[in-house]
Design a binder for this molecule. Structure first.
Ligand code: ADP
Ligand code: ASP
Ligand code: MG
Length: 477
């Protein structure tokens, strides 16, 4: 284990950490050991791995009139939770009680899918009600396993803690209201020596309607609870040895980064490193509490510690490389654009009106083109929106065309040392040039600790591997 014993600690476990009976055992042992060191321990858990996808895919299928998918999912959900229940909770009465609770949630799922099928539409509100069910099953199971190990535990629905607006599927927390609720509910349990086991991902509006914080949002739940309670630290337990020099699924030689600044990890998280949800960092910085990323399956590895500053000697020029797949580059171009006032403002307003969020912006210095990276499935709608907005300029030939590429990838390199080191971009692009990777557009992060660029989707492995070699070679100053 990591050897430290904060007085108040939030530990969040991801889907793989509770994905199988063996993983749940491992997780429960980590909690049990930590409980001996930390008097006030709060656990946040994700749904069992694969469950959220299963729930959401079933709801989408139901909306298309397909009821087979959710009927099959009912069986899969039963089997998955039943396997853990049988293996880990031998006490018959407790097993029966938890089975009953999970069965009711599965019934809710089937009823919701049926209603979605009748309506022929899955609204964001209905999808949140469906998606949050996975965590609700998981907390009951994990709390039961802990009780079985004589760790006093109580499941808690985050709908009682995290107060949000009604921006379903990516709800925004109301921090003062969340703080009041979190303190009232959790302190009562903590004062009694109980470990609260809280559902990640979910929240509720003031009037009690269930919302979710966005995919991967359980990290954010942990940060919100840690910041509002407040805890001394938040530990994110996942399935790799911390934040690494690249996604180990793409670069097998990737290694763990022991210390990373908040700026670096924010850039990485926003640039696609799934290991930490991008919204996790802000509440933690604002509350001034510690954050670590650890591996459930290698708990003695110290993982990654996030820090506010690093001594200059420890700053690396390029520390990690990450990528976002499934993008398209939408370009607005024309020589007459130079004279048209407010092109950028009108472009962004037209895009905002479609509800799309832009992943990357790059403008040629000649002002002859504005390039925007957006999720590839939104590109067609955006091109039409921009063609409508600039209809007159297109007629007058001030704007030549608005067009979108096929699928592209955004690759980002991150390193605090970049700010004070000239020539980093040069090194990055020569390395890519040598491997004949064509760079389509470039943008530098505003905090100057990252450079992002757009490449063709088929070049992702070569680009990430090449830049990872650079991380290894050039990393330290
Ligand atoms: P959890 O279910 O525990 O929240 P996630 O799947 O959301 O886990 O995030 C962990 C995964 O993030 C890892 O398995 C890894 O493949 C991926 N990942 C992407 N980039 C990085 C990186 N730079 N460092 C570590 N893991 C990364
Ligand atoms: N279970 C949710 C998801 O898969 C939240 C999370 O895992 O963080 O997106
Ligand atoms: Mg995650």
């Amino acid at each position: 284990m990591v050897g430290s014993s904060p007085q108040t600690l939030v530990m969040k476990f991801g889907g793989t950490s509770v994905g199988t009976p063996e993983a749940i055992t491992q997780t429960a042992q980590i909690i049990q050991r930590q409980r001996a060191l930390t008097p006030r321990l709060i656990v946040v858990t994700s749904a069992l791995s694969g469950v959220t996808d299963l729930l959401l895919n079933s709801a989408a299928a139901a909306a298309r009139g397909d009821s087979n998918t959710y009927n099959q999912a009912v069986q899969t959900l039963r089997n998955k939770h039943e396997a853990a229940l049988k293996a880990l909770i031998p006490d018959r009465a407790r097993q029966e009680e938890i089975r009953g609770a999970i069965t009711l949630l599965i019934l809710d799922f089937a009823n919701l899918c049926q209603a979605i099928g009748v309506l022929g539409e899955a609204t964001p509100r209905a999808l949140d009600a469906v998606a949050s069910l996975g965590e609700r099953m998981a907390v009951r199971l994990l709390a039961g396993v802990l009780e079985n190990m004589n760790v006093s535990a109580q499941y808690v629905e985050a709908t009682r803690l995290i107060v949000t607006d009604d921006n379903f599927q990516s709800a925004n927390p109301d921090i003062p209201a969340t703080q009041m609720a979190t303190r009232a509910v959790l302190n009562t349990l903590l004062d009694q020596g109980v470990v609260p086991v809280v559902t990640g991902f979910a929240g509720a509006t003031r009037s009690g309607v269930t919302t979710t914080l966005g995919r991967g949002g359980s990290d954010y739940t942990a940060a919100l609870i840690g910041a509002t309670l407040p805890a001394d630290e938040v530990w994110i337990w996942t399935d790799v040895d911390g934040v690494m020099t690249a996604d180990p699924r793409i670069v097998p030689g990737a290694t763990t980064i022991e210390e990373l600044t908040y700026r670096e990890v924010s850039e990485l998280a926003y640039a696609g490193a799934k290991v930490l949800h991008p919204k996790t960092i802000r509440p933690v910085i604002e509350a001034g509490i510690g954050l670590r990323v650890l591996n459930t399956f290698n708990p003695d590895c110290p993982g990654t510690r996030l820090v506010s500053e690093l001594p200059v000697a420890d700053q690396h020029i390029v520390k990690s490389v990450t990528a976002i797949r499934g993008q398209s580059l939408v370009t607005l171009e024309g020589r007459g654009m130079l004279g048209v006032p407010g092109v950028a403002a009108r472009t962004f307003a037209a895009i905002a009106a479609t509800g799309t969020s832009i992943t990357l912006i790059s403008q040629a210095s000649s002002e002859q083109a504005i390039c925007l990276a957006v999720p590839v499935n939104t590109a067609e709608v955006l091109v039409s929106a921009l063609q409508n907005e600039f209809y007159r300029e297109i007629q007058r030939k001030d704007i030549d065309r608005v067009w979108a590429t096929g699928e592209v990838v955004i690759v980002t390199v991150v390193g605090e040392g970049m700010r004070s080191t000239p020539g980093v971009a040069g090194k990055v692009f020569s390395a890519l040039g040598e491997k004949r990777v064509n760079v389509i557009a470039i943008a530098q992060g505003s905090s100057e600790v990252s450079i992002s660029f757009v490449i063709n989707a088929e070049d992702i492995r070569t680009a990430v591997q090449t830049l990872h070699d650079l991380v290894i070679k050039e990393g330290a100053r």
